[in-house]
Each structure stands twice: as structure tokens, then as C-alpha cells.
Ligand binder design. Structure first.
Ligand code: HEC
Ligand code: HEC
Length: 292
């Protein structure tokens, strides 16, 4: 009798292991084919400004859009993660130094990456938040390209991306933003320019950068990855709803909430939000408070 139970448990376990292996093999195969699917978009261009105000605007955008959090302080590229579970995630060297972008990387290449989420030859970019940069206005996109294409060269040769099993499964389940090319509405025309006056309009434009973590409705949700804190609601129905504008600004510039909670920059990138101007933070506050 006991022997029989053991036998059946053994068979059941072997069956479960077999099904798990097949499911993983299927997910891995599916993700590999999605990652290697080439995309073709019509070449686009923009007039790139050369004046110092536009270049300063481009530099500000690099700071407030978190480009440096992933691509490094000098945009020289870096290995963002390397472990057995998630795998190796690498943000490109965006300079023209060794290991960086090719010397003839031009405006249409920048647009392909920032607006469509593809690299040269239509290769889908992995983990690059192009579904957010695609929402930049033409004016900002041009300023960003103007600044990025004149940053000093840094030699930094990087290894290739190599997804681990947790990243494969989470991406397959749509819990990790692996392929922004699949999420973008590629026919959506770019707006010419964004609201630059303080108010809800400017806040809404800026809040795109918060939606990746705080969700599209800014009501938060499950942790972004196992082992991370849950993501809070940052609308009027969350803590933010009880904060004054001054408290909101202090939180996003010091990383400490009015309740005394200390935000780790790795969880909530407050060193990025600290670089927003007072006007931009005030607009973000007004916009988030307007959401019921
Ligand atoms: C969440 C991390 C993250 C952020 C934030 C981010 N990037 Fe990236 N970016 C990546 C990764 C990872 C890649 C490499 C993708 C690949 O090779 O598949 C990449 C690729 C690129 C590429 C394509 C380069 C190539 O090799 O073809 C450009 C251009 C780029 N990023 C520009 C930017 C700019 C400008 C910003 C800020 C507005 C930015 N990125 C913000 C992660 C990020
Ligand atoms: C990379 C993901 C990420 C991005 C991008 C991000 N946040 Fe957060 N944010 C978090 C996480 C995670 C927490 C909770 C951290 C904790 O509990 O320690 C948090 C906490 C906060 C808090 C504190 C809320 C509370 O109830 O205490 C505020 C306010 C906030 N974020 C605002 C913003 C705004 C505004 C933006 C966009 C400009 C933004 N965040 C972008 C992940 C992010």
C-alpha cells in the first residue's frame, strides 16, 4: 500500500516537472521569437535645433526621464542587472565612443529608438521604455536628440542582453516591460509641443514617466518584481491626497515622505524627481490631485 502511494506520488511529481519544463520551453521559445522579430517603420526625421536653450532642455529631459539611471551618468551604458533569475540586462552606450553607437547613427535612428522602440535594422529594443519616450512632443524629442548626439565619447564595450528564467516568465505574462515596440501605437502622430505653463496639462504630460511603475491610472499595485515593495497610489485617494503641495515637493526632492517613510532610490527614483523644476513638480501635484 505505502509502496503504491510512493509510486504514484513519484509519477505525479515527474508529471508536474515535465509539464513545468514544457511550459517554460514554450514561453522561452515564444519570447525568443518575439525578441528577434524585425520591424519596419518608415524613416522619419526632425529638424534638430542647435541653440543653447534647446540643448539645455535636452539635458534637463535626460535628467528627468531617468536616462542616466539605466544608461549611466555619462550615458556610457552599463550592465543594469546580472543574476541567475532575471539574467543580464544591458543599457546601450549612447556615446559614439568604442562600444557605443555607430559614427553614422543619425536622427532617424534616434527617432526609431525613441518613438518606435527599435534599434538599427528594426531590432526590437529590450527594456528600453520607448512606450514612454514615444509620447514626447516633437519639440522635446528634437531637444533630446540635439543634446544626446553631442555628449562626449566614452569607450565602454558591453556584453549582450541575456534574459534569465524569471525575466522570461514575467515578460511572457506581461509583468515586465520587455518589448515596448509591441505596446506603442506606431501611427499616433507626435504632438508639436507640450504645455510649458504650470498646471494640470503639464502635469499630465510629465506623469507619463510615473505610469510605468505607478500604473496607467496612478493607483499603484503589486510590486514590480519579487522582493520589491508594493507600488503606492499617488492620486488624491492615496497618501498624496492628504499632502500639501510643499510636502509633495519635499518628498520628491528628499526621498522622505511626511509620514517619515524613507524611499530607496532603487525602488522609487527620487534622485530623478529631485531634478524636476519647482514648476514641474507643482504641475505633477496638481495633476495627481485631480485624479479621484
Ligand atoms: C529602464 C531603463 C532605461 C531607461 C530609463 C532608458 N533606457 Fe534607453 N535603453 C535601455 C536598454 C536596456 C537599451 C538596450 C536595448 C537593447 O539593446 O535591446 C536601451 C537602448 C536605447 C537606445 C538604442 C541604442 C541602440 O543600441 O540601438 C537609445 C537611443 C536609448 N536607449 C536612448 C535613451 C534615452 C535618450 C533615454 C531617456 C529619455 C533612455 N534611453 C532611457 C534602457 C533604458
Ligand atoms: C521605477 C519605478 C517608479 C517610478 C518611475 C516612479 N515611482 Fe514613485 N514609487 C515607486 C515605488 C516602488 C514606491 C514605494 C516605495 C516604498 O514603499 O518604499 C514609490 C513611492 C512614491 C511616492 C510615495 C507615496 C506614498 O504613499 O508614500 C510618491 C509621492 C511617488 N512615488 C511619486 C512618483 C512620481 C510623481 C513619479 C513620476 C515623476 C514616480 N513616483 C515615479 C516606484 C516608482
Amino acid at each position: 500500500m505505502i509502496k503504491k502511494i510512493f509510486k504514484w506520488t513519484g509519477i505525479t511529481l515527474a508529471g508536474v516537472a515535465f509539464i513545468a519544463t514544457c511550459t517554460y520551453a514554450y514561453m522561452s521559445f515564444s519570447m525568443k521569437s518575439r525578441m528577434s522579430k524585425p520591424y519596419v517603420f518608415e524613416k522619419e526625421t526632425l529638424t534638430i535645433p542647435k541653440d543653447s536653450a534647446s540643448i539645455a532642455r535636452g539635458k534637463h529631459l535626460v535628467a528627468i526621464k531617468g536616462c542616466q539611471d539605466c544608461h549611466g551618468n555619462n550615458l556610457e551604458g552599463r550592465v543594469m542587472n546580472e543574476d541567475g533569475a532575471i539574467g543580464r540586462l544591458v543599457a546601450s552606450n549612447l556615446t559614439k565612443g568604442k562600444g557605443g553607437l555607430p559614427a553614422n547613427y543619425d536622427v532617424s535612428d534616434w527617432i526609431a529608438a525613441l518613438r518606435h522602440g527599435v534599434g538599427r535594422g528594426g531590432r526590437p529594443l529590450l527594456f528600453m521604455p520607448s512606450h514612454e519616450t514615444t509620447l514626447l512632443s516633437q519639440q522635446d524629442m528634437a531637444a533630446l536628440i540635439a543634446y544626446c548626439s553631442r555628449i562626449p565619447e566614452v569607450a565602454n564595450v558591453l556584453p549582450a542582453n541575456d534574459l534569465g528564467p524569471v525575466a522570461v516568465v514575467m515578460s511572457y505574462l506581461g509583468k515586465m516591460p520587455l518589448l515596448s515596440v509591441e505596446k506603442i501605437d506606431h501611427n499616433r502622430p507626435m504632438i508639436a509641443r507640450a504645455d510649458s505653463a504650470e498646471g494640470v496639462g503639464q502635469g499630465k504630460y510629465l506623469a507619463v514617466s510615473c505610469s510605468g511603475c505607478h500604473r496607467e491610472n496612478f493607483k499603484g499595485g503589486e510590486p514590480l518584481a519579487p522582493g520589491f515593495p508594493p507600488v503606492p497610489d499617488i492620486t488624491s485617494t492615496g497618501h498624496v491626497g492628504k499632502w500639501s503641495k510643499e510636502q509633495f515637493i519635499a518628498t520628491l526632492t528628499t526621498g522622505k515622505t511626511p509620514e517619515g517613510h524613507v524611499l530607496r532610490n532603487e525602488d522609487m527614483p527620487w534622485k530623478m524627481t529631485a531634478q524636476y523644476t519647482q514648476t514641474e513638480l507643482s504641475s505633477l501635484y496638481q495633476y495627481l490631485q485631480s485624479i479621484r
